[in-house]
Design a protein around this ligand. Structure first.
Ligand code: NAD
Length: 359
């Protein structure tokens, strides 16, 4: 059976990264029908928008998309395509597995954590009131009249909403992910001791949902203790479920533990669609140079294989990537001991080496 997938090449280095990924995915033997659609700065001039409606429709229809990175132009008034996709498709879970691969220069070995980040609420909901405005003053007056701790009238205000529904949805997703992927533990990361009505609510929901998964260990960890734990004993952590803000910060920390953005894949999961993309951006200064590392994009493709039920192909692809990196010969400049190593290969040749391994 052929899987129909929306393929968004993106801009900057996106097209070369997605092309390398498409070739590697096809080499697994899984059949794909690629519905190629545009988004990003390159299509903005002709379509008048960086996210044409037909691109969105394609993802909704196919339910799965593989997306290259997209530049967010500064100061043009265009909303980020990534934020728009998240809203339009209800992508509530951001999943980022961070695993060490032998041959990638890191300070740590044996890291294998999966970040499951809530993507719709928290301080990132975008509910803010600018210092000195009438609206900020009205909110402050309202709050000062209702509680003893007085807020300075000149303050700026950002609101942190966390609902039981969105909390349950992400926590249940984390436990189901753990169960389906043979993981032993899910840790709930909050600051529930201080923010009792938001993080405290998240933790209370976690305790309830955990009862439905008795085979999975449920851990509760404060986000500050987690930071120390991750740099001291990262091997102790398994699946982490976090509200939006902590998830954003901790997923960069764990990407750093395993070698940085070049090797950190990502999945954005919604109720009706899932979008797979690397954690890094469009690296525009390397555009068209066949230079940058496609590992994060290829591993995002691996997550997509897993998502569409092609588990065996996902495992074989992971092994092929691991073997090529461990050998260290046909790898991009950033995976060499020195960044100006003349034996480094390009994006495309690195993909060729993985394809050769896949046999
Ligand atoms: P970036 O991730 O593009 O680059 C950061 C650094 O990492 C640069 O030095 C870059 O050269 C390097 N780098 C990135 N990917 C690499 C790879 N695959 N191999 C080797 N080196 C790599 O971040 P930035 O420069 O802050 O952002 C550039 C643009 O990308 C911005 O417009 C930003 O908004 C956008 N962005 C898009 C996404 C997305 O589409 N999901 C994510 C993050 C940033």
């Amino acid at each position: 059976m052929s899987h129909t997938v929306t393929l968004i090449p993106g801009d900057g280095t996106g097209p070369e990264l997605t092309e390398a990924t498409r070739r590697v995915l096809e080499a697994t033997g899984v059949e794909f029908t690629w519905d190629v659609r545009q988004a990003g700065v390159d299509v903005m001039e002709t379509a008048g928008t960086p996210l044409p409606p037909e691109t969105l429709e394609s993802i909704k229809r196919n339910g799965v998309a593989l997306k290259g990175p997209i530049t967010t132009p500064i100061g043009t008034g265009f909303r980020s395509v990534n934020v728009a996709l998240r809203h339009e498709l209800g992508l509530y879970a951001c999943v980022r597995p961070c695993k060490t691969y032998e041959g990638v220069r890191t300070r740590y070995e044996s890291v294998d954590v999966v970040i499951v980040r809530e993507n719709t609420e928290d301080l990132y909901a975008g509910i803010e009131f600018e210092s000195g405005t009438e609206d900020a003053r009205a909110v402050i007056d309202f709050l000062n009249a209702r509680q003893p701790k007085q807020i300075s009238p000149t303050s700026g205000i950002s609101i942190k909403p966390l609902s039981p529904e969105a909390s349950e949805r992400i926590i249940r997703y984390a436990f189901e992910y753990a169960r389906d992927h043979g993981r032993r533990r899910v840790s709930c990361i909050t600051k529930a001791n201080i923010m009792k009505h938001t993080d405290g609510l998240f933790l209370a929901v976690f305790r309830e949902v955990a009862k439905d998964f008795p085979e999975i260990e449920a851990w509760e960890t404060l986000v500050d203790a987690l930071c120390m734990g991750l740099v001291q004993r990262p091997e102790e952590f398994d699946v982490l479920v976090l509200p939006n803000l902590y998830g954003d910060i901790i997923s960069d920390l764990t990407a750093g533990l395993v070698g940085g953005l070049g090797v950190a894949p990502g999945a954005n999961i919604g109720t009706g669609a899932a979008v797979f993309e690397a954690t890094h951006g469009s690296a525009p200064k390397y555009k068209g140079q066949n230079k940058v590392n496609p590992t994060a994009m290829i591993l995002s493709g691996k997550l997509m294989l897993d998502h569409i039920g092609e588990r065996d192909a996902a495992r074989r692809l992971d092994e092929a990537v691991a073997a090529v990196i461990a050998e260290g010969r046909s790898v991009t400049y950033d995976l060499k001991p020195s960044r100006d190593d003349p034996s480094a290969v390009g994006t495309s040749e690195y993909a060729d080496a993985i394809i050769e391994r896949l046999g």
